[in-house]
Design a protein around this ligand. Structure first.
Ligand SMILES: Nc1ncnc2c1ncn2[C@@H]1O[C@H](COP(=O)(O)OP(=O)(O)OP(=O)(O)O)[C@@H](O)[C@H]1O
Length: 275
């Protein structure tokens, strides 16, 4: 097996405004500059960077939802063309289908894969149990709490047993206690299967507590990595206990030293845009 599950090699991404809007010249925005990012099989990597810098754009490129303007993407050594079928994607917003019960949401991907309904249902139930929703399968998304919906979305992704998991601020909408529970659950599930994870977060504490490596992105335009830190905290980890360790504080100080100026630049840009 190739050492790298996902490789973004010298990618850039430029967005153009809609050419059909009459009377307005086409505007271009260079969201991602020259970026190389490699995630090893089984590695948990977080991307942190100022708001609006281009984190989701990079994740979308890795998912094959967006083609880079230049550069290349490889998945286990093979060039990526179209959707990355080895990856599962967990979004910031709920992606559950409101008209389907929790179990139907989890089993839908398995059904698409051609599993007979009965087997798909059994596997979906097993995943719901693993994420603590064993007795909630018949509930609809609106009948679940925010944390439960996240658990259901997690089961939906993990049921497909992807080799790569792409997570775009999956817990940002949760209260702090639920968030920490979910972070620990994700770490336990990850430790059991050791998939490659690319995790996006605004929260540096979360990035350090969860990851093997944290990559810091510059403020846009043309965001690119400006720092990379190996997180050598022992595993298994409990996210809230990890935060108490002196090494955590050291890493936080080092990474924040790089991130701080970019966050200030990003913030200043937002103010300029808003003015
Ligand atoms: N389809 C698009 N067309 C034009 N501009 C876009 C498009 N998608 C993203 N952008 C711009 O590219 C930049 C990067 O956006 P992106 O969503 O990747 O940032 P982000 O770091 O994930 O943001 P946030 O921290 O708010 O989640 C932003 O300035 C955004 O406005």
């Amino acid at each position: 097996m190739n050492e790298f599950a996902l490789e973004l090699q010298d990618v850039s991404c430029t967005f153009f405004s809609n050419p059909r809007v009459k009377g307005q010249p086409i505007q271009r925005y260079n969201a991602v500059g020259d970026t190389t990012l490699r995630i090893r099989a089984g590695e948990f990597v977080s991307l942190v960077g100022p708001t609006g810098c281009g984190k989701s754009t990079l994740l979308n490129i890795g998912a094959g939802l967006l083609a880079p303007s230049t550069g290349s993407v490889k998945v286990f050594g093979e060039p990526l063309n179209g959707i990355n079928t080895r990856a599962g994607y967990m979004f910031q917003a709920d992606a559950l289908m409101p008209w389907r019960s929790a179990i139907d949401n989890v089993m839908v991907g398995l059904q698409y894969r051609g599993l007979p309904d009965e087997e798909a249902r059994a596997q979906a139930q097993a995943w719901l149990e693993r994420v603590g929703l064993g007795s909630f399968g018949e509930r609809y998304p609106h009948e679940l709490s925010g944390g439960m919906r996240k658990r259901c979305a997690l089961a939906q992704v993990l049921a497909l047993d992807p080799d790569i998991i792409l997570m775009d601020e999956p817990f940002s909408a949760l209260d702090i206690q639920t968030r920490q529970l979910m972070e620990n659950e994700v770490l336990d599930l990850w430790a059991a299967k050791k998939k490659a994870v690319l995790f996006i977060t605004h929260d540096l504490d979360e990035a350090i507590a969860m990851s093997d490596r944290v990559v810091v992105l510059s403020a846009g335009p043309a965001t690119h990595p400006i720092g990379e830190f190996v997180i050598d905290l022992p595993r298994p980890r409990d996210v809230s206990e990890s935060r108490m360790q002196p090494r955590f504080v050291e890493l936080h100080t080092q990474i924040w030293g790089v991130l701080r100026d970019e966050v200030l630049k990003g913030y200043a840009q937002q103010l300029t845009k808003a003015a």
